[in-house]
Design a protein around this ligand. Sequence first.
Ligand code: GAL
Length: 418
Amino acid sequence: MKKTFAKLMIVFAAALLIGAPQAVQASDLKGDLEIFSWWAGDEGPALAALIDIYKKENPGVNVINGTVTGGSGVNAKAVLKTRMLGGEPPDSFQVHAGQELIGTWVKADRMEDLTPLFKEMGWMEVFPEGLIKLIGTDKGIWSVPVNIHRSNVMWYVPANLKKWGVEVPKTWDDFFAAADKLKAAGVTPLALAQNWTANHLWESVALASMGADNWDALWAGKLPFDSAEGVKAWELFGKVLQYTNADASSLSWQQATDMVLDGRAAFNIMGDWAAGYMTTTKKLVPGEGYGWIASPGTTGEFMFLADSFGLPKGAPHRDNAIAWLKVLGSKEGSDTFNPLKGSISARTDTDLSKYNGYLQSAAADFGKDRVVGSLAHGVAANETFMGGFATIMEMFLKTKSPDAAAKACAQLAKKSGI
Ligand code: GAL
């Protein structure tokens, strides 16, 4: 009897051990780790969750969460440039996959090659080949992707549309028909915020106007910006702007989302970090508190971008930074970060059961849609183009001249090596 009891206890203890979560292997790393990004305030919770994982694994490291507020990195990128040129890089910084990384920091020879890390961690097998191409050159791999965001999404509140008797628009013509009705009822048809969100809106409108093949051709230097297609995109954009709020330039992207949520506006076109904001910060249930559809005229197209972090040459705490990159690329890190952020995992082995209804639909679309790269968020063009484009946008918002904007883009493309 005693023997049987002892045996039982051993089996019980073994079962407990197997069932117990794997104990975290704490490293003996010491000193600081400065992480630089624009994920401040409302954009912070997903990053904070990643930092929590890092702290558990590296309890001796003092993490400095260096953020510079401003959607899409408008302010952070300027600070980063000053620091990098002044020889004071952070240990690791946020940068978009694509030309923002390759055509800017890699071209200037400011990044460390992470190929050995990708091999050590088995990441060559878990990140999609197409994405690795966007963060790599023939000389190396230059950052670790943390997510896939979708740029071309239109957001609304289903109950409000019902109240106003308005359908969700599939095309811009549908939108214009609904917009006149909304205007008459005193509702702003499309909420817009500060100027970078105009760039964001422009890319969705341009994709609808010219189609995915022409969009790709534009960035490959095969379709001139001042072609008929290029001018037409600006014309449609000008028309869409007539249905936006007059105080746009003084609002953050979150405030434009708020306009939709509290019924001052009907729609907003924003990347799916807006889903993160509405779910994580506003505690709304996707499909109930907010609805979504591909921005008008882009059904079946997924305009994507990916946030990533790199290791600048001369990072003051290189080992701590590498440990940080390991957390970012891990399955646990990815599936903790993305459900809060409003993005899907960049890893192919992601656990979709951890993601809400919106994100599951985004993952399904990413798997079947035509995927194109975002301009406003670093995939399509380098920082030289982006800087110039912001100026062209400011000019267009004042003059509303499609021809002048298209011509200026053509000149800028030449100057930035497109
Ligand atoms: C994008 C970035 C997103 C989100 C957004 C708004 O550029 O990729 O993760 O932060 O800006 O700030």
